[in-house]
Design a protein around this ligand. Structure first.
Ligand code: PMV
Length: 326
């Protein structure tokens, strides 16, 4: 049984109320709860097989073998799975990220959610969605939410057992979309781990951020349930800017924005001024995501394709939760 290969697929998610700061870096407990939308366009397929002939874990991503350092977090999740399953066997892990070419969009959320799904089943465990979400969390915080589709809340909790995600709405029938703008395909210079750490320890605004998140979560959940587009859009945009204010107010200060990011934000405001409702958000990198209603997609994509080129504009819709394939 242990040598059965199991493949799982998980989609990435974009946070509408961001997670930015750890309370416990070992257990990966966040400072605050957060809320996201899982997207259909970007996903990871991961196959895991525990193989008694191996003397170390063998991990490849997009057919490239990872070295000790790059595979650290993956091996950490495998160790947790081995401990739960009571086995010592090493594993082959093959992971393929289906993110449009050079999009520079984050894949750790989909990668660790898919790993949790594939590794646990390959080890003979049958975990609940909640326990999969707790396991994914140990690889990457945002992965906690990618176990589920649609709108998902990650409850911060106070220990390993109480920090997990739960779906708010899944599947999503609301005709909304997220337009991803590829403004820079390079890797981020400040990792989210480093960025969070410096924001928590050096930004004088960090206590205010915790209040912002509590307020935004309380307001966005009923707005999502009511399909109140304007309220959801306003909250996700101000929340993203307030998260990024933590980077500008850190010591030393840094930013994930570049010139193209600021330009695209301005375009969103211009579109809004002409009556096309849309709002932006962005994570630990310069690529903007534009939240809009499906009916406005033609106007919004036409504008950005004209500014940036057709390949730089990717339309995503709400996506599904973790699945397994045979
Ligand atoms: O868990 P990580 O390292 O993928 O960090 C996620 C940080 C943000 O994407 C900026 C916010 C979020 O909630 O996803």
């Amino acid at each position: 049984m242990m040598t059965t290969a199991v493949t799982a697929r998980a989609h990435t998610n974009i946070a509408l109320v961001k997670y930015w700061g750890k309370a416990d870096a070992t257990l990966m407990l966040p400072q605050t709860s957060s809320l996201s939308l899982t997207l259909d366009q970007f996903y990871t397929d991961t196959t895991v097989v525990f193989d008694p002939t191996l003397t170390a874990d063998q991990i490849t991503v997009n057919q490239v073998l990872l070295d000790e350092h790059a595979s650290r977090k993956v091996r950490h999740v495998l160790d947790l799975v081995r401990a739960q399953a009571g086995i010592q066997t090493f594993a082959h892990v093959n992971s393929a990220n289906h993110v449009p070419m050079a999009a520079g969009l984050a894949s750790s959320a989909s990668a660790f959610a898919a790993l949790a799904g594939a590794a646990s089943r390959a080890a003979g465990l049958d975990l609940s969605a909640r326990d999969l979400s707790r396991l994914a969390r140990r690889g990457s915080g945002s992965a906690t939410r990618s176990i589920y589709g649609g709108f998902v809340e990650w409850h911060a909790g106070h220990d390993d057992a109480s920090s997990y995600a739960e779906p708010l709405v899944d599947p999503v029938t609301w005709p909304i979309a997220m337009v991803a703008l590829v403004l820079d395909a390079h890797r981020k210079k400040v990792s989210s781990r480093q960025g969070m750490q410096s924001s928590v320890t050096t930004s004088p605004y960090y206590p205010a951020w915790k209040q912002v998140v509590a307020r935004d979560l309380a307001a966005i959940k009923p707005a999502i349930l009511d399909q109140d587009f304007t309220t959801v859009g306003e909250i996700l945009e101000t929340n993203a800017m307030r998260m990024h204010a933590l980077t500008l107010s850190a010591d030393p200060a840094y930013s994930y924005f570049n010139g193209a990011t600021l330009q695209a934000m301005q375009t969103v405001r211009e579109l809004r001024a002409t009556g096309i409702a849309c709002y932006y958000t962005l994570d630990a990198g310069p690529n903007l995501k534009v939240f809009c209603q499906v009916a406005d997609l033609p106007a919004i994509t036409a504008r950005f394709r004209q500014d940036l080129g057709a390949e730089q504009v990717i339309v995503a819709h709400p996506g599904p939760g973790l699945s397994w394939r045979s």
